[in-house]
Design a protein around this ligand. Structure first.
Ligand code: IPE
Ligand code: IPE
Ligand code: MG
Length: 247
């Protein structure tokens, strides 16, 4: 039986998020420039998007560029932004053919004009697709997102649009970039790093975490199936006891 056949299609994660890490090390191991690693990483993106659409996993969120990544050398940042534009241009057909809606989270106004307008264009062209929502986290940082959320809610309190006693988790949810996405069920990080790096801190409160040594450019459908099978062998208790869940 293949790995894919072993997956229980009735218990797939509803929202999968991935920290795509290890492009630089992949390139270094091969004596290539880091930017080559980023280029190769786009193959893995295509594989994973395709696998999720096939399974199907309705929500896939990919960490593509963090607020902290702006501190990388200018050449690398420029290459990543160019790669974003060329990938968007290239993949619009795949998105349309597979009925995938493109979404983005993060401080999008800080993106270069060209990347921003290409992104808006593809998001607009795919907005009625309903098989799967692919969210790119771009210039995304969880602390920036939470800070923005607090500012917006404070302003509403100041203008008497909401009273402090009515601020609950759903009010906070509604002000996050992810307001139209469900909570993350499974978070995968590649490349062996065991950290979250400012990604979806609020949204992963009860996500299952899965770390793999595989570097992102080497990541293929089989790697994803392995992670999903591992996820399906876990008991998600949400604070309850195992006996409560299995009476
Ligand atoms: C992930 O790979 C891609 C981005 C952060 C944009 P890295 O570029 O972080 O690769 P490593 O961690 O240096 O190997
Ligand atoms: C996190 O990876 C950001 C993305 C994958 C886009 P990094 O490689 O930037 O994370 P750190 O700095 O090693 O934690
Ligand atoms: Mg990295």
């Amino acid at each position: 039986m293949t790995l894919e056949d072993q997956i229980d299609k009735g218990r797939l994660p509803n929202h999968l998020a991935i920290i795509m890490d290890g492009n630089g090390r992949w390139a270094k191991q091969k004596g290539l420039f880091r930017t080559m690693g980023h280029e190769k990483g786009t193959t893995a993106v295509r594989e994973v998007v395709e696998a999720c659409a096939e399974l199907p996993i309705p929500y896939l969120t990919l960490y593509a560029f963090s607020t902290e990544n702006w501190n990388r050398p200018k050449l690398e940042v420029d290459t990543l932004m160019k790669l974003l534009v060329s990938s968007l241009k290239k993949e619009i057909k795949t998105l349309t053919d597979n009925h995938i809606r493109l979404n983005a989270i993060g401080n999008l106004n800080s993106l270069p004009k060209k990347a921003h307008s290409e992104l808006m264009d593809v998001m607009n062209k795919t907005k009625t697709n309903s098989r799967m929502t692919l969210t790119l986290a771009l210039s995304y940082g969880s602390r920036e997102e939470i800070t923005k959320t607090i500012k917006e809610i404070s302003l509403k309190v100041k203008n008497n649009l909401i009273s402090p006693s009515n601020i609950d988790e759903s009010v906070i949810n509604n002000h996050l970039y992810t307001h139209d996405l469900p909570d993350v069920d499974l978070l995968i990080r590649t490349s062996g790093e065991l950290r979250i790096s400012n990604f979806l801190l609020w949204q992963i409160a009860y996500a299952e975490l899965y770390f793999t040594e595989t570097l992102w450019p080497d990541y293929r459908k089989e790697n994803l199936y392995e992670a999903i099978l591992n996820y399906q062998n876990r008991e998600r208790r949400f604070g309850k006891t195992s006996e409560q869940l299995n009476p």
